[in-house]
Design a protein around this ligand. Structure first.
Ligand code: ADP
Ligand code: MG
Length: 245
C-alpha cells in the first residue's frame, strides 16, 4: 500500500532543515513508501546499533555514510559492500566516519546506513528531472560506461504508459544486454517498466520533487525483480514553487 503520509513527512523534515538534497536513507524511505523496490535501510548512529541492525538484516550487509553533506558517498570512502561479520561492521563503522570527516571536516554526520547486500544484477539507471519547458522527464539507461561514456539513454515526459516505458527500454543501444544475448537469460523488464511508471507518478504527485536518481538499480532475470540499491531525491527551490502555485 502506498503511504503518502510517510512521503510527506520525509519531504517536510528536509524542508524544515532547509535542505533540498535528501540523503539516501530519506530518499529510500520515500521510494519504498511509493512501492518502488529498494533495500530496507537502518540508520545507525553508533557502533552497537550498527552491529544490531546488521544482525537483524542478516549478513552480508552494506554500510554507507549517512550525511546530508555527502551525496556522492563513494567519493568520501563512504561505501562498504558485502560485510559479513560483526568485526567487519565495527571496523567499517570507524573507517566510514573517519573517511567522511577527512573528506569534509564540516559535514554533519548522522551515522552509517546499514542495508542488505544485493547480489549484483545487471545495472540500470532510472532518473527523473524537471525540464524547465516540458516538466518531469524520465531517463533510462544502463549503468556505468553506457551512460557516462556512451550516453546511451532514452527520455520520456512523465507520466508514461507501460507501452511508453517498454519503448524507452527498447530504444537504448544496449538493449540486447537486457533482452538476453548469446544464451543470457532475459532481464526482468516488466519490473523496470513498473519502476519507470512509478517514478514518473511520484514526481507528479509530489511536485516539489525536482530530481530522482536510482543509480544504480540492479535488475535480475525475468520474474526475479529489480532493486534500487542507491537513491537520491532533490527538491525544488521553495520561492519558485510558491510563485507557480
Ligand atoms: P554513491 O553515493 O557513491 O553513488 P552507491 O550507494 O551507489 O554510492 O554505492 C556505490 C556502489 O556500491 C553501487 O554502484 C553498487 O555497485 C554498490 N552497492 C551499493 N549498495 C549496494 C547494496 N545494498 N548491495 C549491493 N551493492 C551495493
Ligand atoms: Mg550511486
Amino acid at each position: 500500500m502506498v503511504k503518502k503520509k510517510k512521503i510527506t513527512e520525509a519531504l517536510d523534515s528536509a524542508r524544515k532543515d532547509g535542505r533540498l538534497e535528501l540523503t539516501e536513507h530519506e530518499s529510500k524511505q520515500i521510494i519504498s513508501a511509493w512501492e518502488i523496490p529498494t533495500t530496507e535501510t537502518h540508520l545507525a548512529t553508533d557502533k552497537p546499533s550498527a552491529v544490531e541492525a546488521a544482525r537483524e538484516l542478516k549478513y552480508p550487509i552494506v554500510m554507507k555514510i549517512a550525511s546530508p553533506a555527502i551525496l556522492h558517498k563513494s567519493d568520501a570512502g563512504g561505501v562498504r559492500v558485502g560485510l559479513s561479520s560483526e568485526i567487519e561492521v565495527r571496523q567499517a563503522f570507524d573507517d566510514i566516519i573517519e573517511g567522511a570527516k577527512e573528506y569534509n571536516p564540516d559535514a554533519e554526520i548522522w551515522g552509517v546506513s546499514i542495508q542488505r547486500y544485493i547480489p549484483r544484477g545487471r545495472e540500470v539507471i532510472i532518473g527523473l528531472s524537471q525540464d524547465p519547458t516540458f516538466g518531469p522527464t524520465l531517463m533510462f539507461g544502463l549503468g556505468g560506461i553506457w551512460v557516462e561514456v556512451l550516453e546511451d539513454v532514452s527520455f520520456r515526459l512523465a507520466p508514461i504508459s507501460s507501452e511508453d516505458a517498454m519503448e524507452m527500454i527498447h530504444e537504448i543501444k544496449g538493449y540486447p544486454l537486457l533482452s538476453g544475448i548469446r544464451g543470457d537469460s532475459p532481464a526482468d523488464i516488466d519490473t523496470l517498466v513498473d519502476i519507470l511508471k512509478k517514478v514518473g507518478e511520484l514526481a507528479i504527485e509530489f511536485d516539489e520533487i525536482s530530481e530522482i536518481d536510482l543509480n544504480p538499480t540492479f535488475v535480475f532475470d525475468e520474474g526475479e525483480g529489480a532493486v534500487a540499491v542507491d537513491a537520491r531525491i532533490i527538491l525544488e527551490e521553495p520561492p519558485e514553487r510558491k510563485k507557480k502555485k
